[in-house]
Design a protein around this ligand. Structure first.
Ligand SMILES: [Zn+2]
Length: 250
């Protein structure tokens, strides 16, 4: 069975001596993997079309359940600029990892595909001096699109005011609802108004207006840490890219 579609490469794994398993996000088939024969032998166009983040037209041969063979791959956009920028690439790798970990593999989602493609286009064409806010906003928006965005406005159980975020509950909780008897006496992170406002705008504003947000560096750092804790809990492990990021001291 021949399948033609388009996809963005989320990851590649070596397979044997020279072959690759390539995992894509596609608009009509969700996340799929395919087997690519010997792309690493030469610096071919086929080989370069399998680089992470490449958006390509692809043809697959075989059943999707049993690792189809990639028979054709033509680059639509290479997004080479993102791969060449260390910081951009690390941040976008986090997005890929969130997609791989939290999206069910057999549920096509056109909106999610378009969202990810738009983010890549936006990041690669951004002339902003610091793209840190953009990267954080992208991460927040992605979590919102796939339904895993944490709640940071009021108590998630009763709606009362709260600025204490409980990673294991995925929400801010008031004192009453976070009492041990309510089953949530775990460590929390105290937020502040700047963090909450920036988070709110990140979710509500279109991504292309994000350059109007000029958060203080402390706000970025704090919110980024809150999101990492949130993800850590929902993934039950650290994001590999976060660890890598931390280890390099950047
Ligand atoms: Zn409450």
């Amino acid at each position: 069975m021949l399948t033609r579609t388009e996809g963005i490469v989320l990851k590649t794994q070596k397979y044997g001596e020279a072959d690759l398993i390539v995992t894509y996000i596609t608009p009509d088939r969700g996340i799929i993997s395919a087997f690519a024969k010997s792309p690493r032998k030469t610096k071919s166009r086929f080989g370069s079309s399998l680089e992470p983040l490449t958006h390509a037209k692809i043809s697959l041969w075989g059943k999707e359940q049993s690792l189809p063979k990639l028979t054709q791959s033509d680059i639509i956009h290479s997004f080479q600029k993102i791969r060449e920028d260390y910081n951009d690439f690390i941040h976008v790798s986090k997005l890929s990892e969130i997609l791989l970990s939290l999206t069910p593999s057999d549920s096509p989602n056109k909106k999610l595909f378009s969202f990810f493609l738009n983010i890549l286009q936006f990041i690669s064409s951004s002339e902003q001096e610091s793209k840190e806010p953009l990267h954080l906003i992208s991460r927040i928006r992605l979590l919102a699109v796939i339904g895993y965005a944490p709640r940071m406005s009021g108590c998630g159980r009763c709606g009362n005011n709260s600025i204490d975020f409980f990673p294991d509950a995925g929400t801010t909780l008031c004192r009453k609802c976070s009492r041990p008897s309510a089953g949530a006496s775990k460590p929390f992170i105290r937020l502040n108004n700047q963090i909450i406002q920036f988070y709110k705008h990140s979710i509500e504003w279109p991504v292309n207006r994000s350059n109007r947000l000029k958060p203080h560096e402390d706000t970025l750092t704090a919110l980024s840490a809150v999101l990492d804790r949130h993800l850590q809990y929902i993934l039950a492990r650290n994001l590999r890219s976060s660890e890598f990021h931390a280890n390099t001291g950047k």
